[in-house]
Design a protein around this ligand. Structure first.
Ligand code: GMT
Length: 377
């Protein structure tokens, strides 16, 4: 099949899933065209069957802001014509579903024999934050309704979309996935030595430090844990709350035990050094970062919200708490750090969850089948 994938290039779950999907589809013989404003972070080296198309958005003095939606729609039209796309797969509704809808209308009105099917994958904040914002909600709902196919990354996100936007069409749930061959625990002794020089336990958090991630709560939970047991914390990522989280660590007296590493492309070596992954988010449609940790045998202590309870089974491969229950999260973390048997069981269960339910070899064929269903409809 000829497949166009529209995504964000920045570090973030939707861009990672879109890029990894493109790579696996290309390795399975499809011709994949990735469209974005920049080369996505995980695209990496050349791979046969995988091409990147940069969307240029010229600025003109008359515009107060760049017109990305229009240049993206234009690019989708061009690539669809040149590459005879069967499917345009928009990852993240805003504004990708709108650009794909517009491109499809342009191609159809030009009498083109072959008009690609538009499939939109909803990732989370495109619905739970932007989609429900009254400045965007009508357009987002319309474009979801008008897509030929729509997928959501969890049952929870599907429910949110129906409830918040009044969408009545079928939404297929296809969860996030991980490459189970590359995402596996592979400890690097030098890193262990560097991050936990006195044999301390290591907590880790990976996110884009947006307010929904509650990065300050990560530091609060860590400070509670640190009072009870020797531990250190790795904070991986960057974003609006980065500075506040750093200041909080200092003011809580744990600044020396927290390492802020900024954005990192290679998380497997870092996860492989860690004992517990913290996700105190207030919204999380799936939790790709948590899945990547689980694949590396790191049990997760998380908020019982959104799609996280579909991934994390309380007391089995991690622990779930109310997002405001920082004492509860600290308590579960301490249990995992101080009870070696419990930790080993949870770590094994975490890996098993990733292997049994979320490997790319299981999930990517679901997208392929969905594409075929839409094309043959
Ligand atoms: O987590 C973010 O804020 C980034 C966002 C994105 O679209 O890049 O992530 C969302 O999509 C991921 C991939 O489907 C999900 O695993 C994340 O749970 C989801 N984030 C939220 O819902 C907050």
């Amino acid at each position: 099949m000829n497949i166009g994938i529209v995504c964000y290039a920045s570090v973030g779950g939707s861009g990672i899933i879109a890029t990894e999907l493109g790579k696996v589809l290309a390795s399975r013989g499809h011709h994949v065209h990735i469209l974005s404003s920049e080369m996505p972070v995980r695209l990496g080296v050349f791979q046969p069957g995988l091409a990147f198309h940069r969307v240029e958005t010229p600025s003109y003095p008359v515009f107060r802001e760049p017109q990305y939606l229009l240049s993206l729609a234009n690019k989708i039209v061009e690539v669809s014509r040149e590459e005879k796309l069967d499917v345009v797969h928009a990852h993240y509704a805003v504004p990708h579903a709108t650009a794909a809808y517009l491109a499809r209308q342009i191609l159809a009105s030009a009498g083109q024999a072959r008009v690609p099917r538009v499939i939109t994958t909803l990732h989370g904040t495109d619905i739970t934050l932007l989609g429900t914002d009254r400045s965007y909600s009508e357009t987002v709902a319309f474009c979801i309704q008008q897509s030929d196919g729509v997928t959501a990354v969890s049952e929870s996100l599907k429910r949110d979309t129906i409830r918040e936007l009044g969408v009545t069409r079928e939404i297929r749930v296809i969860p996030n996935f991980v490459d189970c061959a590359t995402h596996k625990r592979h400890p690097v002794p030098e890193l262990q030595e560097r991050f936990a020089p006195r044999g301390e336990k290591l907590l880790i958090h990976v996110s884009n430090f947006r307010p929904v991630k509650r990065t300050k709560s990560v530091v609060e939970v860590f400070a509670r844990v640190r009072r009870q047991t020797p531990a250190r914390l790795l904070m991986v990522g960057d974003g609006p709350d980065f500075h506040d989280a750093m200041c909080l660590a200092r003011s809580l007296g744990v600044g020396d035990d927290v390492e802020f590493l900024g954005e990192q492309d290679q998380v497997v070596p870092l996860l492989s050094a860690a004992d517990v992954f913290l996700v105190p988010s207030v919204k999380e449609s799936f939790g790709l970062a948590a899945l990547e940790a689980m694949a590396c045998e790191v049990p997760v202590v998380a908020s019982a919200i959104g799609g996280l309870p579909e991934l994390v089974e309380d007391g089995v491969n991690g622990f779930l708490h109310d997002p405001d229950d920082l004492d509860g999260m600290a308590g579960s973390t301490i249990r995992l750090l101080t009870d070696a048997t419990l930790h080993r069981r949870a770590a094994e269960a975490a890996r098993r969850t990733a292997e049994d339910r979320y490997c790319d070899s299981k999930i990517v064929p679901m997208y392929e089948a969905y594409y075929a269903e839409m094309v043959n409809r």
